[in-house]
Ligand binder design. Sequence first.
Ligand SMILES: [Cu+2]
Length: 122
Amino acid sequence: MRHRESGAAALMFALAAAAPAAASPPAGAGEAAGPGVVGRRAHTVTIEDMRYDPQTISVRRGDRITWINRDLVPHTVTATDGRFDSHLIQPGSSWAYVAEKAGEYHYRCTLHVSMKGRILVR
Ligand SMILES: [Cu+2]
C-alpha cells in the first residue's frame, strides 16, 4: 500500500479547512446584530407636523438613531441635559446620533417648545 487514498483524504480535509468562513453580514440599516452583541441597529424618527414620530424610541447601546425632517421648517434634536444637539435640521435633511450609554434621555426642539421626545437606551 502507498496510502494514496488516505493522502487524498488528507488533501480534501485541508481544502475544506482552508475554505473561507461565511462572510459576516455588513452592518446595514435595520439589520439585527448577532446574539449577545449589543446595538448596531438603525432606527428612524420622522419629524412631521411639528412632532417627533415616534415620540419615545427604545434602543440598545450602540444603536444609531436618525431623525428625518419632513416638515417645511427647520427643527432641532436637542438633549435637555446637553448630551447631544443636532442644531438646525433643515427640511428634507436628517441627523443621526449613536446612543452609547444606557439611560433615559429627553430632548426637544429649541425652535418649538411644544416639540418633545424621549430616547430609552438599554
Ligand atoms: Cu421644531
